[in-house]
Write a protein that binds this ligand. Sequence first.
Ligand code: ADP
Ligand code: MG
Length: 346
Amino acid sequence: EEHTNSTKNEVTRELSLTGSGSTDSGGRADSLDKHSDARWPRQNSLSMKEWDIPYDDVKIFEVIGAGRFGTVCRGSWHGAVAVKLLHVLPLSDDGSLLDTFKHEVSIFRKTRHENLVLFMGACMKPPRLAIVTSLCKGMTLYTHIHLRKDKFTANKSVLVAQQISQGMGYLHARGIIHKDLKTKNIFLESGKVVITDFGLFSVTKLCFGNNARGDSLGIPSGWLCYLAPEIIRALRPHASLLLPFSKATDIYAFGTVWYELLCGEFPFKGQPPESIIWQVGKGVKQSLANMQASRDIKDILMVCWSYRAADRPDFPSLLNTLQKLPKKRLARSPSHPVHLSRSADS
Ligand code: ADP
Ligand code: MG
């Protein structure tokens, strides 16, 4: 019972860190570790030695990219891995950054799903904080859609969206809110969706220098159109930790991913942040008038983008809706088999 309590405390901590008033996270996440208690001595939930990777054991190769987070490198640790190195200031940290980091890692490590990136471990000795995950092959949806301008047919979009819903449904069932669902965090590996960076938002936001790359409001480019109205309305300079993330704000972000898949561009394309903030905050949505898609497909967008969080669906019901969408004839014709893997990668 003691253990259950400590897990509950983690959840409470999570809620207070994000400032989320949501009670979504309670309950189910607890069931995970119950059985392990009998066989292994109980660990302090913030120590997690079995997931520690000594920094020197990881070979670090070239930089793959730099996000808000820090730097992502290709590396080697029992095979090819991605290493996310956090930029931390060695000075004057009261330990809260390290605690947040450990807390978010403790959420991350509890995930096992086909459509989620594999967490392998973390380097926990400041100033060397890093997360080691499997290296995603393939490209992100962002690269496919916005850089390569690959076209996704409705059928392909549905297959991708179904897998996102499956991975996200799993996360939500475990009480984990992604907080940063976007096409840059979704890889497509031979037709298989792999979602990355779930639950790491607080630590990325606590890292030094985050606002350097954003605009005057500290808003990183390409972030705004994933934010639900209640988050937009809560935006304050330098207060990103207090944003009201919830399962429903993940659903809103999914709506934007769905729009990108179908339209090949971001909603509110070309509009300045001030204008997007004003519109979304008041409940104005991107118009779908010029969009070539069936009513059912547009309805998914509209319901995910509902102004009231309570009106948005959850991932299981979204998955159900996606599975019921009528397939285009092409998909049924044996002479024109639809291979998501081939068409998405080519
Ligand atoms: P963002 O998600 O905003 O692009 P990140 O810091 O998460 O920023 O990622 C930086 C870069 O590293 C991106 O190009 C991303 O595609 C790449 N990357 C992140 N995680 C992985 C991974 N597990 N495998 C391969 N590449 C990755
Ligand atoms: Mg990322």
